[in-house]
Design a protein. Structure first.
Length: 86
């Protein structure tokens, strides 16, 4: 949340306070400052123990054969499209 709110606030602040700063430079600067703020907040904030109430026992992550074949087909179509129009 720190990074998300900080990014919006910093972007608006830089746009108003430093309008001559190019957009791509502003985005990079806002990203680095938001990342730094998120890291600092996560290191300063005390660790909270959360008891997990989600049980994954009995959950199967396997996929069906039809799904796997269809996935390979979609990937081959995308490769053909990229190869044709890149």
């Amino acid at each position: 949340m720190t990074a998300a709110i900080g990014a919006a606030a910093l972007s608006l602040l830089f746009k108003l306070a430093w309008p001559s700063l190019p957009f791509m430079n502003r985005v990079g600067l806002v990203f680095l400052l938001s990342l730094a703020a998120a890291i600092i907040v996560s290191l300063v904030r005390p660790e909270q123990r959360v008891k997990s109430t989600i049980s994954l026992q009995g959950v199967s992550y396997s996929t069906s054969t039809v799904f796997n074949i269809a996935s390979v087909g979609v990937i081959l179509i995308l490769i053909a499209l990229y190869g044709t129009w890149w």
